[in-house]
Ligand binder design. Structure first.
Ligand code: 13P
Length: 336
């Protein structure tokens, strides 16, 4: 078993999942604005530290994705954030892309940037304690999109990123996110997501990536948010499994889904069904941002000194997701 495979398994095994706390300062400011809390670096740390020192963190979270600001912050207890995460038994990770820009040649689409100087940044993050990383490519669905150009260029960037990350001794999360925005059907989502994932693995293979040392972070198969042809959770689970079975090489150890705008309970229910029907060897777990933090953030915003109360809300959400990662969740447990 390679070192990278061991790290991936440590993050994903036993129902554990990933807390995606890597919102950029811009995105975190939007989240804090929405609950009327000033977006200062102190407040951003305070909320995150509240989650990182919770029971739910110890019991449920195998890895945390951090943002550049957070990985360098010192907590109230004078420990660095990566130290706090290791203490809770989880692995610190870091978002290393620098965001999306308009794709030249197809201006309605996006390309993810951040390859320049990446080798050097990775060395710095490794020294700070990171052992895994994240890079997100984004794709929009419409009649024309995603284009071949977007599918190809984002896959190429994901592969170049992965090669540098593995060279530095870390596990790359490969995140090709086909967005839920739009009125497309679930069938469109299935077809486009399949094409996107297939191309990613073609490029990863070309760039000699050790596939046993990556984590795939895909979207689930859903109809567009504005579609009037929504599908059931059962259908989402079955189509998601079919898409992954057909397009992900079997030596990939695990798949950690993004929540992508689903509700907290919706993202939990879909993950639970995916695990109920999972007839693959892939670990299927979560790497949720909003679907793990939304309620906790709302609660916290009413009194940002209420650590215990906020942790209680987070503990509940994390434990529901961890049950879902084992196919043991049921809606009755939500009411407790
Ligand atoms: P959401 O679960 O909120 O989609 O965030 C996950 C993530 O890391 C997106 O890049």
């Amino acid at each position: 078993m390679s070192e990278l495979n061991k790290i991936a398994l440590k993050i994903l095994s036993n129902g554990k999942g990933i807390l995606a706390a890597d919102e950029s300062n811009g995105t975190m400011t939007k989240r804090l604005d929405s609950v009327a809390v000033p977006s200062t670096s102190e407040n951003r740390l305070l909320f995150r530290e509240t989650l990182f020192s919770s029971e739910g963190m110890k019991k449920c979270i195998g890895g945390v994705i951090l943002y550049d600001e957070t990985i360098k912050q010192i907590s109230k207890s004078k420990k660095t954030v990566p130290e706090l995460i290791y203490e809770a038994g989880a692995v610190p990770g870091i978002k290393v892309d620098t965001g999306v820009k308009v794709l030249a040649g197809s201006p309605e689409e996006k390309i993810t940037e951040g390859l320049d100087g990446l080798r050097e940044r990775l060395e710095e993050y490794y020294k700070l304690g990171a052992r895994f990383t994240k890079w997100r490519g984004v794709y929009n669905i419409s009649n024309k999109y995603p284009s071949k150009l977007s599918i190809h260029s984002n896959a190429h960037a994901l592969a170049r990123y992965s090669a540098l990350v593995q060279e530095c001794g870390m596990v790359p999360i490969v995140e090709p996110e086909v967005l839920m925005d739009g009125n497309h059907s679930a069938e469109d989502c299935f077809n486009k997501t399949s094409e996107v994932i297939r191309k990613c693995f073609e490029e990863l293979t070309l760039h000699k990536i050790d596939l046993s040392g990556i984590i795939l972070k895909p979207n689930m198969i859903l109809a567009g948010a504005n579609s009037d042809k929504k599908i059931s959770n059962e259908e989402t689970a079955k189509l998601t499994l079919k898409c992954l079975k057909e397009n992900v090489p079997p030596n990939v150890p695990g798949i950690a889904f993004l929540s992508g705008g689903q509700t907290e309970v919706g993202a939990t229910e879909n993950l639970n069904l995916i695990n109920k029907y999972n007839d693959t060897n892939f670990i299927m777990t979560y790497s949720y941002g909003r679907a793990l933090q939304q309620s906790a953030l709302k609660f916290w915003s009413k009194d940002i000194t209420n650590v215990e109360g906020t942790q209680k809300v987070f503990n509940h959400r994390a434990s529901m997701c961890t049950l879902a990662a084992q196919g043991k969740w049921s809606v009755e447990l939500e009411g407790q």
